[in-house]
Write a protein that binds this ligand. Sequence first.
Ligand code: NAD
Ligand code: UD2
Length: 307
Amino acid sequence: MARYLVTGGCGFIGSHLIERLIAAGNDVRVLDDLSTGRKDNLPSGVPLTVGDVADPDLVNDLMGGVDGCFHLAAVASVDRSREDWRGTNRTNLAGTITVFDAARRAAGGAPVPVVYASSAAVYGDNQNVPLVEAATVGPLSAYGADKLACELHARVADGVHGVPTTGFRFFNVFGPRQDPKSPYSGVISIFAARIARGEPITINGDGEQVRDFVYVRDLVRYLTAAMDKPVPGAPVYNVCTGVPTTVNRLAEVLADLAGRPLDRRHGPPRSGDIRVSIGDPSRLVAAFGMACGTSLEDGLRDTLAWL
Ligand code: NAD
Ligand code: UD2
């Protein structure tokens, strides 16, 4: 049993991670400002501090005596990063440096490992798919730029300050508890909620754009495995399946699973929409000995059942 700090633990991915940590008998404390997360995403009895991940006194305090930190708190939206550039940078980059800095002396003055969320957004519109970790990065948003900067500071944390870090470039994550009501929500949560209610969906453009959808319960296994065996060198891994799915196909599969007719309308393409985003999971599978094994259909069934 170990003691962990989880930042952003009231969010979609954080809540699944905490479920897994608690089931394994760990002691978990959470820092979240509840800007997008919800208190009732947490299992009962998990202590929550409502506050800002970029507040150094608070983070130093919460980091005291832990065995490691899972850092997921972020403004997890490209649109929001456009509207509030400086505010997003404060949370996403300054917040991450605050976490790394506090981890330097968490265990009675000694460093503890940090496992943190990066994003496929670091690749921008690189169409050299499937994307390997060594592919050219070129973020197209403040969100992606900050995530890339987090990876650079993770190297500083490791190389200069002795804080072991592991970064994960999440592709399009989906599953239960991804809030369909949020304007920043992912396509699966939006489509699933609408199709289940028999409402029409809007496909942006021709619907032939391609994504690599990762089921959230597959993803959190890597986070805990990385914490269990930290390695030097600040590694970064894609978290992806390598399986391409078009938005059209996604809609069809969802309607099929929900047993509803598909009422689809096509709107204009979304400005700046990436045409093809597929990751290569080879490095992930080699390092952790497991692939993201849940099929899209099974993950979607689970998501529909939660609604
Ligand atoms: P989410 O919005 O559900 O979770 C983020 C959590 O961070 C929320 O609970 C929010 O309240 C909290 N938070 C935001 N700002 C904070 C601050 N200043 N201080 C403390 N807490 C704060 O999003 P998610 O999808 O669970 O994302 C988790 C992580 O994964 C994020 O770092 C995100 O950038 C990354 N990510 C997600 C996806 C995806 O497909 N969902 C893809 C790539 C990367
Ligand atoms: C994802 C991430 C984003 C960033 C980016 C990096 C999510 C929610 N967003 O954006 O944070 O990391 O990847 O590349 O994971 N669509 C429709 N109709 C809708 C909603 C969406 O057609 O009602 C389309 C959308 O135009 C896009 C695809 O579905 O082509 C996926 O959209 P998304 O918002 O779920 O995710 P993405 O890949 O744009």
